[in-house]
Design a protein around this ligand. Structure first.
Ligand SMILES: [Zn+2]
Ligand SMILES: [Zn+2]
Length: 260
């Protein structure tokens, strides 16, 4: 069966819930049963629920302060909090009754290179997304920011996450240039490590079209992600992708679309 995007088995692999603080940044009405309802009305044939590893690991104020990135000992101090909340999250995901909804998580690396999701839970998730969510502020200078970006991105590849989320978003947020050789570096790194490159519609990037073309040309896997934080984004993402993929050869695209 083909979805409204004209692609077989098309899925959004990146969605947050907000009803139980498993993602601090998502709307409260985004609960699992709401997603089950939305899925039936949407262009998506499948989806993954991918809440934030850092929200499972740390209370809100600690998480947003980002000190734990530089000092992973802070992350370790909250071990009990993290284990309990992660188990609660997994129990919630066990309630999924629709086989089209997969269990996932969105994690990042810390300065010591560890993933913010404990290795013992890794196999519990059908979709493991890796993202760069934190970089030094603009004042740190371009070189330092880029160095951190590359460190974290390479670590995510080494951790063999399934999907590299919004690969250039944070550089764009820091108003840094994203030259074509950096796009090539990202595409080649994803390809070499078997990680799918995400095109993310939560904050569309002007590089999405070029990244997509480079992935098609090099047979690098691509994952579509609405990165839903508000209900509308679940549908608006479909429109964004329909526009982006309009002129792309769908048979070629289907061959590289990530499937969990
Ligand atoms: Zn993210
Ligand atoms: Zn996200």
């Amino acid at each position: 069966m083909e979805g409204e995007l004209g692609l077989a088995g098309v899925a959004t692999w990146h969605n947050h819930t907000g009803d139980e603080d498993f993602s601090y940044c998502a709307d409260k009405n985004l609960a699992l049963d709401e997603y089950a309802r939305l899925l039936n009305e949407s262009p998506w044939e499948r989806m993954a629920v991918t809440d934030h590893a850092f929200a499972l690991a740390l209370p809100k104020e600690v998480a947003w302060a980002w000190e734990w990135y530089w000092e992973p000992a802070i992350y370790d101090d909250y071990r009990d909090y993290r284990l309990k909340k992660t188990e609660r999250y997994l129990k919630k995901l066990d309630n999924i009754s629709d086989g089209r909804m997969l269990k996932g998580i969105e994690a990042e690396v810390m300065r010591d290179g560890r993933l913010s999701c404990d290795p013992e839970f890794r196999e519990d998730f059908q979709v493991l997304i890796g993202a760069v969510h934190y970089l030094p502020l603009v004042e740190a200078g371009e070189d330092k920011i880029l160095q951190e970006f590359i460190f974290q991105t390479e670590r995510l590849w080494q951790h063999k996450v399934h999907i590299l989320a919004h690969p250039t978003r944070i550089l764009e947020a820091r108003k840094l240039p994203v030259p074509e050789d950096l796009l090539d570096f990202i595409v080649q790194g994803c390809r070499a490590s078997g990680v799918a490159l995400e095109i993310n519609s939560h904050v569309p990037s002007k590089h999405d079209g070029m990244l997509l073309q480079k992935c098609l040309a090099s047979s690098t896997a691509v994952a579509l992600g609405t990165d839903t934080h508000h209900i509308d984004e679940f549908f608006d993402g479909g429109l964004y992708f329909a526009g982006l993929l309009k002129d792309v050869n769908h048979q070629a695209l289907e061959r590289i679309l990530f499937q969990a």
